[in-house]
Write a protein that binds this ligand. Structure first.
Ligand code: ADP
Ligand code: YYY
Ligand code: MG
Length: 220
């Protein structure tokens, strides 16, 4: 059922999926889904690696999945490249499709979805297509000048890690991603993390969130 739906998403790029019949659930209804949010350079990827190591989650980075599409023969490659270079957000149907493919592969039921949703459009598309919501959401709260400093010294050869694109990405973060963060705060699902400090200091704020989640899973 899910594979068929992914196939139909591939062939149809218009996304107005609002009816119950169009919804699909991740393969494992007992999955733990965590969204990991924060501005560019706030440390999402760095902390996800620590969470994977300590708590055994599967890390899905929306940015990495999109970058893989650019270097593959994907029909969306050049559109994704142009969008990322401009610091804009790739249409949700493309990103959600890539995430769904990962949610459906392998046996791990605990997912960190890093850098997604980056807009209300992303959020709504995910909810409508999967019929599910995250169990909780991490927000790495970092001052702009620190984010700029980190991105400029990241040295991963990314086309969007230059000062012009960073300025655009920060504007997009403020206008499109902060409303999503607000949405989850109001739902009581947000864990705000102070993203300034050493990597280990920051992880000491992250650890109890996942430890509590593990404890809850043992009790229920
Ligand atoms: N707490 C920290 N202090 C200083 N630099 C950091 C910290 N956490 C991550 N970095 C560095 O900052 C850059 C951006 O981190 P990254 O995890 O890629 O952020 P994001 O995925 O949010 O863009 C990387 O070069 C990383 O090594
Ligand atoms: N949900 C997403 C995630 C990333 N993208 C695009 C736009 C982003 O600027 C780039 C890079 O995202 P990525 O999460 O790797 O960037 P940072 O780790 O925050 O620096 O990818 C997107 O269009 N939609
Ligand atoms: Mg990242």
């Amino acid at each position: 059922m899910l594979r068929r739906t992914i196939a139909s998403l591939k062939s149809s790029i218009s996304l107005h999926i609002t009816e119950e019949k169009d919804r699909i659930c991740p393969k494992h209804i007992d999955s733990v889904i965590t969204f990991v949010l924060g501005g560019p350079g706030s440390g999402k990827g760095t902390q996800c690696a620590k969470i994977v190591e300590t708590f055994g989650f599967k890390h899905l980075s929306a940015g990495d999945l999109l970058r893989k599409e650019i270097v593959s023969d994907s029909e969306y490659g050049s559109m994704i490249l142009d969008t990322i270079r401009e610091g804009k957000i790739v249409p949700s149907e493309v990103t959600v499709k890539l995430i769904l493919r990962e949610l459906e592969s392998g046996d791990n039921h605990k997912f960190l979805i890093d850098g997604f949703p980056r807009s209300e459009e992303n959020r709504i598309a995910f909810e409508h297509i999967t019929g599910s919501e995250p169990n909780f959401v991490l927000f790495f709260d970092c001052p702009e000048e620190e984010m700029v400093k980190r991105v400029l010294s990241r040295n991963q050869g990314r086309i969007d890690d230059n000062i012009d694109t960073i300025k655009k990405r920060l504007k997009v973060f403020e206008s499109l991603n902060l409303p999503v963060i607000d949405y989850y705060a109001k739902k009581g699902k947000l864990h705000r993390i102070n993203a300034v400090g050493t990597e280990d200091e920051i992880f000491e704020q992250v650890r109890p969130v996942f430890a509590a989640c593990e404890k809850k899973a043992t009790i229920t």
